[in-house]
Design a binder for this molecule. Structure first.
Ligand SMILES: Cc1cc2nc3c(=O)[nH]c(=O)nc-3n(C[C@H](O)[C@H](O)[C@H](O)COP(=O)(O)OP(=O)(O)OC[C@H]3O[C@@H](n4cnc5c(N)ncnc54)[C@H](O)[C@@H]3O)c2cc1C
Length: 446
């Protein structure tokens, strides 16, 4: 009988295990793959993610990775370079590092702090303590668990490859975007909230150590028409760049878009200086889903919590999920520390409320924003106006990377506050805003 079982050893699971082990609790992480393992990602760490890694004592371990200083945005023929802002709580730089290297580092750190890691072991089912069907409402609760049933890959552990039960007082579900285990407990994603879909591949490039990561706000098809989506080129510092395209479900046209064609068109269209071509490609791209904006629930039960992508915690403004995995894993660990110290299930309900308080209002604005810019005319207007002013774009960067300053409210903070007040007056789905802007822009266009 462990104190806590963590399902999944990605950013959310490993950070949760690290903070629990660091506090002296008996925690076991069950991870179906062996580290190092490949994970499809843009490999970009923002200052928020770097802060979490530094807090886990891992910044020195990033020394060999590519340190970069800001973002270059491209849109409608213009480009702007923006340094990460100065902030009292976050550094003014980020890193790029493959998940192959990063996730193993954090899992190893959790083990050094005292966590047990069962790698090459899959959670095949939760063991539900009570009779009765699991909740199916995002606002309901999760069933009580006794533990999980695990299956070791042949050649792992005792090599039996058989199934066995693992028991714990508390269970954290951090099994990522597909969250099979979460869904077995009855979690579901709100389909009215945005979902991202992205594809990435690696290329060799002379600009592999560029000091800026690059984001393309208008990407084109083979005929040069703007298509719904965005593109990125992230220098990796090791001879490679990570190149990707993403789409949001808020754009009704996304269902008709073939992401592989979109990727080919982006590679064709990207600035020549990156040297992207089929010849410099290091292999076919791979893709994945980005559950965002707190779209998945319920997040808590009497002895179960969800963290990271399993809870849909990706930031809709920029598709960043690693930092939010670390942060929600850490919040889950703190709540479980209280629960194990005697507070019991009340502490888990507090976790649910803390997530809402920490990200709810911000993500509500983000969801409204992505819905609005999913309208092609609105997107063109916003990007067109923004790209003419370095000042506007640098304020937007602070908002979109969640790096606003609590201590020194400036234009970004004041602008965001205004957006937050407006979004509070609107129904959560802001369908009304979307409808109004769509109609207004369609009318203008015609
Ligand atoms: C194409 C793409 C590009 C992205 N780019 C970026 C980026 O540049 N920066 C950024 O911050 N975010 C990015 N993201 C988002 C980011 O990858 C995720 O938000 C992040 O990985 C979430 O961490 P997690 O720990 O919740 O889940 P994951 O990283 O998915 O970890 C879940 C872990 O659980 C394990 N697992 C799953 N099921 C089981 C099971 N049944 N039993 C045992 N183990 C299990 C998996 O093997 C995995 O190791 C990108 C996503 C995609 C798809």
């Amino acid at each position: 009988m462990h104190d806590v079982i963590v399902v999944g050893g990605g950013p959310a699971g490993s950070s949760c295990a690290y903070w629990l082990a660091d506090a002296g609790w008996d925690v076991v992480v069950v991870e179906k793959k062996h580290f190092p393992r490949v994970k499809t990602c843009g490999d970009g760490l923002t200052p928020r993610a770097v802060r979490q890694l530094a807090d886990m004592g891992l910044e020195d371990a990033l020394a060999g990775s590519h340190k970069y200083s800001g973002l270059r945005a491209y849109g409608f023929g213009q480009s702007i370079e923006m340094q990460w802002p100065e902030h009292p709580n976050f550094p003014n730089y980020g890193y790029t590092i493959t998940r192959h290297d990063l996730d193993g580092l954090v899992a190893e750190r959790a083990v050094k702090a005292g966590a047990a890691l069962l790698a090459g072991t899959e959670v095949v089912a939760p063991i539900i303590a009570e009779a009765g069907s699991p909740s199916s409402s995002p606002t309901g609760s999760l069933p009580q668990l006794k533990g999980v049933t695990i299956k070791e890959k042949a050649g792992t552990g005792n090599g039996s490859g058989g199934e066995r039960e693992l028991r714990a007082r508390y269970v954290v579900i951090a099994d990522g975007a597909n969250s099979r285990v979460g869904r077995m407990l009855g979690t579901n994603r709100r389909r009215d909230l945005p979902l991202g879909m992205a594809l990435r591949g690696y290329y060799t490039s002379d600009r592999h150590d560029d000091p800026f990561i690059e984001s393309h706000l208008d990407i084109r098809d083979a005929e040069g028409n703007v298509v719904p989506g965005y593109g990125w080129i992230f220098p990796m510092g090791d001879g490679r760049v990570n190149v990707g395209v993403g789409l949001l479900s808020t754009d009704r046209r996304w269902k008709g878009v073939n992401t592989s064609h979109l990727m080919d068109a982006f590679v064709n269209w990207a600035p020549d200086s990156w040297g992207l071509s089929p010849e410099t490609s290091l292999g076919p791209p791979t893709g994945g889903k980005l559950p965002m904006g707190l779209s998945v629930g319920p997040r808590a039960g009497a002895n179960v919590l969800l963290a990271g992508d399993a809870a849909g915690t990706i930031n809709p403004f920029n598709g960043e999920g690693i930092a939010y995995g670390y942060e929600t894993g850490r919040l889950a660990a703190a709540a479980l520390g209280h629960a194990l110290s005697g507070e019991g299930p009340r502490a888990l309900a507090d976790y649910d409320r803390q997530i809402d308080a920490a990200y709810g209002p911000y993500y509500k604005v983000a969801r409204a924003f992505v819905r609005m810019i999913s309208n092609p005319q609105a997107m063109k207007l916003c990007v067109g106006v923004g790209m003419r002013s370095e000042f506007i774009m640098s304020q937007l960067l602070r908002i979109m990377a969640n790096l606003m300053r609590p201590d020194a409210p400036g234009p970004a903070e004041i602008g965001f506050r205004a957006m937050e007040l407006i979004s509070r007056l609107l129904p959560d789905e802001v369908a009304a805003l979307e409808a109004v802007t769509s109609e207004a822009f369609s009318a203008r266009a015609s």
